[in-house]
Design a protein around this ligand. Structure first.
Ligand code: DON
Length: 319
């Protein structure tokens, strides 16, 4: 693991040898900028693609970062593991497993990818994430109540009240034909019980929750810390829930690149089409990178590259 800096204070970003290391990492990875911003969400296509940042929060709450760590972006698919955690807390794992499976799909994140029982293959792909979203307060919450429960839950992970990028929501929902199609298919197979249109709208708003790389590193540190937010001290979810979430992130978090990711980086990760990547080293740290341009699997090119580099140079691979 990383050496702890004696000058660090929980929740405060400091200059230290770790920050210096991250500054070098960011500058080395700024020299080129391959890939492309997500094109299917107009607001993401317009984001300044030169931005790049990396942030780490340890399980003691110490914060280190370099580059664009306080720029806000929409969380997108990185919301999926946290909402999965909230669904398990609400219903218990056995019940959730009856609605969403845990096998890697080996397919793109926006495929239907059903298992033999017509359930979505895992909660990290869109099909599984929309189903997971629908489980929150199922049959009990209105669309707004469900969203508010999720927004508050993610805020507890971050240790800060998170807002929503309504522009990002509107931009995505206007052309979300593919997610609507997937949700109607899921409704047909009984994976989703409520109104599929409401589920897509709620899920898309969940993806538009706005935060920074610093917030995301805090959320990762909460998972690394067995579900206890390192700065606020709040036990957001149980260690058993965290174990399930990190297991699924390890096998499915980077979609059809999950195998390469785990071989080279060696700890659980989750990407979002806004260009963020979350990494969690259990018992040690949460990490977040931000760089908007994506590879064909929908993962940030420079984000993945920075994780591969830090895993190697700091010997963070778990295996
Ligand atoms: O549903 C979608 O397509 C987006 N709101 C989120 C997808 C995503 O972030 C995939 N990640 N790389």
């Amino acid at each position: 693991g990383l050496p702890i800096d004696p000058n660090a204070h929980p929740g405060v970003k400091i200059q230290s040898p770790i920050s210096d290391y991250l500054a070098t990492l960011v500058s080395q990875n700024s020299k080129d900028n391959p890939g492309a911003n997500a094109a299917y969400i107009p607001e993401l296509a317009a984001v300044n693609s030169d931005q790049i940042g990396a942030c780490i929060t340890t399980v003691d709450g110490y914060v280190y970062g370099a580059g664009a760590t306080s720029v806000e972006f929409s969380i997108q698919s990185v919301s999926k593991p946290f909402v999965y955690a909230l669904a398990i807390e609400e219903h218990g794992l056995d019940w959730v497993l009856k609605r969403v499976d845990v096998e890697p799909s080996g397919e793109a994140f926006n495929e239907l990818s059903l298992d033999g029982e017509q359930l979505p293959k895992n909660p990290m792909i869109n099909a599984g994430a929309m189903t997971t979203h629908s489980l929150i307060g199922e049959g009990k919450y209105s669309v707004d109540e469900r969203f508010e429960h999720i927004r508050k839950g993610l805020s507890a992970f971050a240790g800060r009240d998170l807002g929503v990028d309504e522009g990002s929501y509107k931009s995505e929902i206007a052309t979300a034909f593919r997610n609507f199609s997937i949700a109607y298919m899921l409704r047909n197979y009984g994976a989703i019980k409520g109104d599929p249109g409401d589920v897509v709208k709620g899920y898309t708003r969940q993806c538009a929750i706005r935060l920074t790389a610093e917030d995301l590193a805090q959320m990762g540190a909460t998972l690394a810390n067995g579900g206890k937010q390192p700065v606020t001290g709040v036990q957001v979810v149980s260690p058993e829930t965290v174990r399930q979430v990190l297991s699924v992130m390890t096998t499915c978090g980077m979609y059809n690149e999950a195998g390469h990711w785990v071989c080279e980086v060696g700890f659980p990760g989750k990407s979002g089409v806004s260009g963020c990547v979350l990494g969690v080293l259990p018992g040690n740290l949460g990490m977040a990178t931000f760089s908007p341009r994506l590879d064909v699997a929908g993962n940030s090119v420079r984000g993945v590259r920075m994780y591969k580099q830090i895993a190697k140079e700091m010997v963070l691979h778990m295996m």
